[in-house]
Design a protein. Structure first.
Length: 267
């Protein structure tokens, strides 16, 4: 119960950040963005405490069941946003990240997904594999949120119907830089994480369902990384690809994990 309390508190802080963000957009109060970042920093701290206590109770990295994985993904989203948002001052990105994290945390608490699932005793290599993949999804998730903001701003500018709150949004050029860097970061983390998984599978049996899905996701993001330089895509199309690509990963991740058999490793 102590562990779940910290996860619920993280969801509450993220929800308060979302409410504050909505008020800030409506009132165009510049100081409100700083308050949102404080709420999200508190959410990150609470989320970290949940992961710490859960990891301490099970004796390894808390990525063994669906609740822990969802909580870790929320933690990754917060970490990536706070790192990127502070660097580029993209407070609106935080307004959009807060409700996503709050929804993930509360859904994890309410849904019956906290079921014990022993982790194969492979030590830190397996933990690194899972951690890198979830951090990659976090980077790609924030990049997808930036892509949504880009599409919204681009459509609003073309419509020439600019409300007052629109001027609190970041410049399109800043969003382009963030999208590109987060896409590259997520792709690198995804590649390293998958290579770590392959090295572990060599020591045991292959899970072909998960393998084909993982290769498909890697190829999807390889296309997005090379979209402008190789395929000549416009930025709008790249942004759409990031959004749909991340949604595809999130919607199929749980399904694929249910279909695939558990990895079996030699001890």
């Amino acid at each position: 119960m102590e562990e779940r309390f910290w996860l619920g508190l993280a969801g509450l802080f993220a929800f308060l950040g979302a409410l504050r963000g909505a008020y800030t957009l409506g009132s165009r109060a510049k100081e409100g963005s700083r308050m949102v970042d404080l709420f999200l920093l508190a959410a990150l701290g609470s989320q970290s405490l949940f992961l710490y206590f859960r990891g301490k109770s099970i004796g390894h990295c808390p990525i063994t069941n669906l609740l822990e994985t969802v909580a870790f993904l929320g933690w990754a989203l917060l970490l990536v946003y706070l790192f990127v948002g502070s660097a580029y001052r993209l407070s609106v990105l935080g307004f959009c990240t807060a409700p996503v994290v709050s929804l993930l945390d509360f859904a994890a608490l309410i849904a019956p997904i906290d079921r014990a699932k022993p982790l194969p005793k492979m030590g830190w290599p397996l933990e690194v594999h899972g951690t890198l993949l979830l951090l990659a999804y976090g980077a790609l998730g924030i990049g997808a949120i930036a892509g949504l903001l880009y599409l919204f701003e681009d459509k609003t500018l073309k419509s020439r119907r600019l409300a007052g709150w629109f001027y609190t949004f970041p410049a399109l050029g800043d969003l382009l830089v963030v999208q590109r860097r987060l896409l590259n970061l997520g792709f690198v983390l995804l590649t390293v994480g998958l290579l770590a998984g392959v090295s572990l599978s060599i020591r045991g049996s292959w899970d072909w369902v998960k393998l084909f899905w993982s290769v498909g996701v890697w190829l999807l993001y390889l296309v997005l990384v090379c979209a402008r330089s190789v395929f000549g895509w416009r930025q709008r199309r790249v942004a759409q690809g990031m959004v749909w690509g991340f949604l595809f990963v999130m919607l199929t991740f749980w399904l694929i994990n249910n279909w695939s058999r558990a990895h079996q490793f030699r001890m």
